[in-house]
Write a new protein. Structure first.
Length: 271
């Protein structure tokens, strides 16, 4: 059994946070059960990133996977479809959820049915319980949180943090007998707030592939936080990610040595 303590990473730059998590995953021996906690602040509108680290990762993913469907942007869009929201004029949650379920989700399923056969994270947050083929029949968890916020906020008594939770894992669908289902890795998202008008997003992953998924996960959570902040009338200040068992992902350490060296070099320049 591993006796290694949990790793805690805190940064005000999303790229730096991912780089530290990636190098930590490269340093671990197989089977270690030490969890990973990543906390990213410094938000001022869009998440702060380093273009060179982002390009190093996207180029590496493309070189290994041979498909752009695994890029950071695509991974992020499964948590929140930021570009679609902006392109549609930043509508409110109810309107955008309907647009997403009626138009965007069917296109995603048609374009890449194999990877989206269980749906998307955002789809489950705004249509929990429904299948992609029964869009619109489920629970819009984000709208529920927003409605509660504004209803109780009128009296200066916002809902408790425990009420501001959106689930992605659905036992009725996901408790199958596959040893490795693959989706959903993100189990739930919760939203917290402080008296200064700051919003935080906290996410729980039982396991997470650090190389080819974590960056997009952080980016998507940041976009989701910006969206919710706009709907609640507050400001996003932090995202927190808890990973019970971080894994490097594919390929292996040997193939990623050159990527790790380039990331470490860039990290030294930044830090």
């Amino acid at each position: 059994m591993s006796t290694k303590p949990p790793t805690v990473i805190s940064a005000n730059n999303l790229s730096v946070a991912w780089a530290k998590a990636f190098l930590e995953a490269m340093s671990r021996s197989g089977g270690e059960l030490a969890p990973l906690n990543v906390s990213i602040g410094g938000f001022s509108g869009a998440p702060i990133e380093d273009g060179k680290i982002r390009k190093l990762l996207d180029d590496a993913i493309l070189g290994i996977r041979k498909k752009k469907v695994f890029s950071c942007d695509v991974s992020a869009s499964t948590i929140f479809p930021w570009k679609y929201w902006k392109m549609n004029g930043c509508p409110d949650c109810d309107e955008f959820s309907k647009q997403y379920l009626a138009d965007i989700l069917p296109r995603l399923l048609a374009r890449d049915a194999r990877h989206n056969k269980y749906g998307t994270y955002f789809g489950r947050m705004v249509d929990f319980g429904a299948s992609p083929k029964e869009a619109g029949r489920g629970k819009n968890q984000l709208k529920h949180i927003i409605d509660m916020w504004h209803q109780y906020g009128k009296s200066g008594n916002h809902p408790r943090h425990s009420a501001m939770v959106a689930a992605c894992f659905d036992p009725l669908k996901d408790h199958g007998f596959q040893p490795m289902r693959g989706f959903p890795c993100l189990q739930q998202v919760s939203f917290g707030y402080d008296t200064a008008g700051g919003l935080s997003v906290s996410a729980y992953y039982p396991t997470q592939y650090i190389f080819d998924r974590a960056y997009g996960n952080y980016l998507g959570l940041g976009h989701l936080g910006q969206f919710m902040a706009s709907q609640l009338g507050v400001k996003l200040v932090r995202i927190n990610v808890f990973v019970g068992r971080p894994e490097l992902g594919s390929p292996g350490k040997r193939e990623l040595k050159s990527v790790a060296a380039a990331v470490a070099k860039r990290l030294e320049q930044l830090v």
